[in-house]
Design a protein around this ligand. Sequence first.
Ligand code: ASP
Length: 165
Amino acid sequence: MLKKSKEVLLDSDKAKAHLGISTEPYLGTVGAIALDKNGNLAAGTSTGGTTNKMTGRIGDSPIIGAGNYANNDSVAVSCTGTGDIYIRVAAAHEVASLYKYKKLSIEKAAQETIKEVAALGGTGGIISIDKNGKVGYAWTKDKLGMYHGEARVGEEPKVFWPLAK
Ligand code: ASP
């Protein structure tokens, strides 16, 4: 069915069709960002890419600076969504640049970057953390159900499933 559609889809679209549900499950990409007690920042992004992608396509996830970026001097970032647009925006590095050079908060830097992605027709989300442990989450409006969580030493883990912005 998906192949017949001749559409390029995200993992989450595939999951949605597979589960036969209309709400956004966001079961595709897994992103992780971390800050350790020594001040090391790290980011990881795992994806199946997009459904019906061209043979040989490389998405944003394995491209440092596009779908993934970490630098101890600033932030760690992991992205999901229409990777071709994230590559054009150099989205993960854009978050770092806005934070580092424009001195935006991590939250604002993620939000400004997702606006740039959306302006080019992209959809998806960004999770990020700065060197002080502050987090910035942002997603395009159609990804309202994109869930994410936080685990901090000595605190109960938190899970967020935002319903509206
Ligand atoms: N960003 C990925 C890609 O374009 C898709 C995803 O979010 O899983 O390959």
